[in-house]
Design a protein around this ligand. Sequence first.
Ligand code: GLV
Ligand code: GLV
Length: 325
Amino acid sequence: MAQPVVFVTRRIPEAGLAPIRVACQVRLWEGNLPAPREVVRCEIAGCDGLVCLLSDTIDADVIAAGDRLRVISQYAVGVDNIDLAAATARGIPVGHTPGVLTEATADLAFALLMAAARRLLPGYENVRAGEWHTWEPLGFLGADVWGATLGVVGLGRIGTAMARRGRGFGMRVLYYSRHRSHLEAELGLEYAALGELLERSDFVSLHVPLTPATDRLIDEAALRRMKPTAVLVNTARGAVVDTAALLRALREEWIAAAALDVTDPEPLPADHPLLEQPNCLVVPHIGSATVSTRERMARMTAENLLAGLQAQRLPYTVNPEVYHG
Ligand code: GLV
Ligand code: GLV
């Protein structure tokens, strides 16, 4: 029997590619930038499976071009780049990689929090510029992390891992989420409405998926509720924050700083005004970027893909409804 044909939109770790190659005929986009949408649309025609990234736009039109498509396996946990309704309408299961990147992403969120609190980047730039002349009694003064209040917005897996880190560092932790957590007492967390969380937190860290309900959740009104000394950390999705409002908040010092792993637009152009703000730290969407995390994600991506091609239930799917129809 002919092997199923699979389009893979970027090279992923061999831990995932190898098992796919054994079972499938693989078409791999070798570029160092995402395949243009038109290329994906053309390639997907005649493919049985698709492996894609969060930087691919898998909209209804692209899905419609996949006349034989039986499974979409995304190499990421977030799937806001995929038109799930269109996939579900076609009965196509969509796989993703939850769980395996939780701790790595929370580590990065906490690294951003610490870097912003203790002004690591301005310090490093000072040393590199040859301006470290003496011990500064009044220079580079940051904010205490110990004893400060961390507000976690979205208490899913990653938000919970961030809350644990906050507690471990001696922080008071507030959280806002759609549902009250059963871990509240065990972890020593306090539930707060979003407005109250914004008003009381010294650090606000975002951990919600991007959905119509969270699109620009952190808008001008939200930023104006934050303390002028507060730091905003975003490792979720750029569009959860209104970029224009954030720029004003940083320029006009409604808040003290932002530390971002994700931006809107993404990637952020080098001449974007956010990058001129000394109180804004940006890294290039590296939350899950550790060797072992990316290998686990690749394996999970392959498992989802191969299950879908064999008409088995995907181990990790975001639209299990396809199995009920
Ligand atoms: C990364 O942002 C992911 O969704 O896995
Ligand atoms: C993502 O894995 C989350 O639930 O936070």
